[in-house]
Design a protein around this ligand. Structure first.
Ligand code: NAD
Length: 399
């Protein structure tokens, strides 16, 4: 069996010789009772860089000892890239959302042996899910592996946007001390109305984490939460996204990207938001219209925009979100902390062990199975695909 694994580049200075922390905290499970990944074994040290090419998700020993071939590359964009060459006879492809190998219909058609696409992380929109269904390719992701990592990032971004942290930090780095400059856009979050588009694993955790800030919490989702949770968090449920964005000071976006959510935040919806609101989008770049966000920041309709997801990825060097005013963007890092890498590397190993041992992969990891959306895929995605335009990723030039 040939396994093709597309990972991000190693650190510019080579793999770290040591890490800031000697060990990771021990987690015992996820809040809803789901267990952490349960592979039979792992061949890496938790807390090490696993998501880059030399990290290999800790899979080489395991795959080679079992007689399989592992190809790892970061060369994933453009017609002549290495990944396009290897996909033609790969049985399994593994890719991370942070540095996605866009598995378009064209690439799926060229992949004659492909049976399985694994997302090392959460969010399988980089796979043309409709083409996967049509070609009987199963798609799995490591559900929950980094949901709480992202929720932490959301809290950080809400606070840093509203309090205007980036500006204040820049003033210090530049040797300055003009406090009036530093605070003229700085507010407290306390008392604000905070809403999430989707209250799945990430959205609900972000609501829970924001609760102690004494804010008013709102959500919109196609699945309503149990009444007990709505009471616990004093949540306001909205039947439509329009109703929620009209009353919120901060909107955080936490739904998957699929045809229903692509381009959801266009000029029309942004104009229905409260004037001067903030958006934190750690879900997927394509849920927000690129130009509409940039012009709303310029006009003041939005006071700030942060998140770590772009379209495509890597974002072209001249992507307007790199330079628009009052943004707090990061390069898709929220779900790939060293802590999260440990969980998704173990989860990928668990999925491979199941596949190789002819055992069922967990329902919660399942996105597409036997030509249909299934498991988490049936709950959280809709049919169709969202990969169009991904070829623009080849415009990024390494710096
Ligand atoms: P989840 O499956 O637990 O939750 C998804 C929620 O979205 C569900 O409650 C579902 O009902 C809701 N939803 C789906 N379509 C909707 C629609 N049209 N309108 C309203 N609600 C809708 O997944 P999760 O763990 O919370 O992750 C959500 C998404 O966040 C992922 O699909 C991925 O795109 C993104 N994500 C990003 C990172 C990162 O590193 N930035 C990491 C993990 C996940």
């Amino acid at each position: 069996m040939k396994v093709l694994c597309i990972l991000y580049d190693d650190p510019k200075g080579g793999m770290p010789k040591n890490y800031p922390l000697a060990e990771l905290p021990k987690l015992t499970g996820y809040p809803d009772g789901q267990t952490l990944p349960t592979p039979e074994n792992i061949d890496f040290n938790p807390g090490e860089l696993l998501g880059c090419v030399s990290g290999e998700l800790g899979l080489r020993k395991f795959l080679e000892e079992n007689g399989h071939e592992l190809v790892v590359t970061s060369d994933k964009d453009g017609d002549n890239c290495e990944a396009n060459h290897h996909i033609k006879d790969a049985d399994v492809v593994i890719s991370q959302p942070f540095f996605p190998f866009y598995l378009t219909r064209e690439k799926i058609d060229s992949a004659k042996n492909l049976k399985l696409a694994i997302t090392a992380g959460i969010g399988s929109d980089h796979v043309d899910l409709q083409a996967a269904m049509d070609n009987n390719i199963d798609v799995f992701e490591v559900t929950y592996c980094n949901s709480r990592s992202v929720a932490e990032h959301i809290v950080m971004m809400i606070l840093s946007l509203v309090r205007d942290y980036h500006n204040q930090h820049r003033i210090v780095n530049e040797g300055g001390w003009n406090i009036a400059d530093a605070v003229q856009r700085s507010y407290d979050v306390e008392g604000m109305h905070i809403g999430t588009v989707a209250a799945g694993r990430i959205g609900l955790d972000a609501l829970r984490k924001m609760k102690p800030f004494d804010v008013h919490l709102h959500y919109f989702d196609r699945h309503r939460l149990p009444e007990s949770i709505e009471k616990e968090l004093n949540l306001t449920f909205h039947e439509t996204v329009e109703s929620m964005v009209a009353v919120c000071d901060v909107v955080t976006i936490n739904c998957p990207l699929h045809p229903e959510t692509e381009n959801l935040f266009d000029t029309e919806l942004i104009n229905k938001m409260k004037k001067g609101a903030y958006i934190v989008n750690t879900a997927r770049g394509k849920i927000c219209n690129r130009e509409a966000i940039a012009s709303a920041l310029k006009s003041g309709q939005l006071s700030g925009y942060a998140g770590d997801v772009w379209f495509p990825q890597p974002a072209p060097n001249d992507h307007i979100w790199r330079t628009m005013p009052n943004h707090g963007m990061t390069p898709h890092t929220s779900g790939t902390s060293l802590s999260a890498q440990t969980r998704y590397a173990a989860g990928v190993r668990e999925i491979l062990e199941c596949f190789m041992g002819n055992k069922e992969v967990r329902n919660e990891y399942t996105i597409v199975k036997d030509g249909k959306l299934a498991g988490t895929g049936a709950h959280s995605y809709s049919e169709g695909s969202a990969t169009s335009g991904s070829e623009e990723a080849q415009k990024y030039k390494k710096m």
